[in-house]
Design a protein around this ligand. Sequence first.
Ligand code: F6P
Length: 512
Amino acid sequence: MHKELPKTALQATCNGLIYDWSYQFLTPEQLTEFAAKRLPEGFDVARQQLLNGTYQNVSEKRDVSHVLSRSRHSVVSQGDQSKFAKITRKLRSGQWLGATGKPITDIVNIGVGGSDLGPLMASFALKEFATDIHHHHVDTHFVSSMDGGQLYAVLPIVDPETTLFIITSKSFGTIDTFANVNTVKVWAEEGLSAQGITEKGKTLHDWLEHHVIGVSANTKKMTDYGIPPAHQLTFPESIGGRFSMWSAIGLAIATSCGVQVFERMLEGAKLMDEHFASAPLTENIPMLMALIGLYNREQRGINNVAILPYDGRFRHLPSYLQQLDMESNGKQYTADGKAINYPTGPIIWGGFGPNGQHAFFQHLHQGYDAFTADFVCVLHRHTKQFSDKVRRSLSSQQDLSVANCLAHRRLMAMGQKSDNPAEHYPGGHPSSLFALKELTPESFGAIIAAYEHKVFTQGVAWGLNSFDQPGVELGKKVAESTYAAIASSEKSGEHAATFDASTQAILKWMND
Ligand code: F6P
C-alpha cells in the first residue's frame, strides 16, 4: 500500500513536547470533519467537569478528581502534601531510623496495578533529576507480583534493619499486595529477632513502627493493620488507581527523585490540563490523539496500538499505558449500563523500540496484521556526569536512537515497493510521534497527562465510564476458589472434583 504523506508536517506542541501526526494519512480538514460528527454534544461540558473534578464516575457513585491532584494547593489543603514531603525528606536525608537505630538505606514499594506501574515508571524515568544530589543514598525497589518472584530477587540484597516498605494499595486489600506483605513480615520478624529484638510481640510492633508506611484511600484498614497514623498517607477515593501516581501513591517517585522533581512532574501535567482545556482542536494534543485513535479503530478497523519509546527512560511506558487505556476503555457496556455493540478501547502493547527492532519489528514491517503505533523519542539528553569525551559518545548514541526512530517510523508509513517479495515492505501503517526536546519532569508529566485525556475523550465518545473496572472482579473470585482448592488438596491429599478436566488434572499433578 502506498500512501501520500503531507507536504507540511502536521504537529501540535505543548511546552517542549511535539505531537507529530503527519503519518496518520489524515488531513486537518478530514480530522475536523470527523470531530464534528464523532464528538458527542456534551463533550465540552464533560471535559470541563473532568478538569474541575466534578465529572461523575457513575457506577462507583463518586467524582473523578485525579486532575485536582496536580494542583499543589489542593494536596496541601488535604494536609497530606506536607506529611508527604516531610516523610520523603526524612527518608532521603538518612534521618529515618529503623528499629535498631540504623538509617534506612532501601525502600521497597509493594503494590500492584496503579499502585505500582506509575511509581515504577516515573521513578525510573526521572531518577537523574534529583536536585538534592548529596542526599543520603537510598535505593528504591518495586515488588508487585503475587508469585513472590520479585521478592526472591529483592530480599537477599536488602537488610531488615535498614529497609522500609511502602505498602501502596488504594483499597488496602488487594491479595497480590498482601501476599507479598505477608512474606516480608515473616522475613522482617526473623531478621529483626536475630538482631536481639526478641520480646514476644515486640518485633512485629517495632517493624510496623519503624519499617512500614501505608498509602491508601482506606485509613481504617491501615489503622486496623497496625500502621501508626503518622506513617499513613491517604488520598481521596475519587482518584482512580490507574490515575493515582500524582497523589500520595507517588511516594516512591519522591523518595527516588526528591519532592521537587515530584512537584515539577505535577506542574507538567497541569500545563497539559490547561492545554487540553483551551487549545484549538487541530493544535490540541490529547484531542488529536483521541480523534486519531477513534478514526483508526472505527474507520480503519485497526484494533491495536504499539507503544514504542526510543529512550530507555521511557522503558516502562508501554505497561503503564496498557493499564491506563485497557482497564479504562476495554468495555462493552455504556455508562448507563446498556450493551455496546461497537468496538471500544484498542489493545495496547509495545516495548522499548531499539530492542523491538531486533525482536518484533520484522512482523511490523512485513507481517500480515494491521497496527497503529505511537513512537516516543527524546531529541537531546544533557548530563553533567562523565568526561567530555564520554558525554560526546553518549550524545551520539542518543542521535543514533532518534535516527532509528525516525527511520523505522518512515518505513512503516511509506513502505518500499519491490518485485522481490522478500524486499517488499507494504507500509501504510498509521503512526504518531511524540518528540520531546528533552526529557524533564515537566515534559514527562505532560505526556502522561496527555494520554490520560486521550483515554477520557475516547471513553466519552464511546459513551462508557472510563473510571470503573468490574471486569477484573470475576477473575479474582474464580482465583480464590481455585486457591482454596489447592490448599485443601495439599492438606487432604484429595483434589477437588468440581473443576473442568484440565484444571483437575493439573491439581492432581500438583499433589502427586
Ligand atoms: O486490577 C484491578 C485493580 O483494582 C486496579 O484498578 C488497581 O490499580 C489494582 O487492582 C490495585 O488495587 P489497589 O491499589 O486497591 O491495591
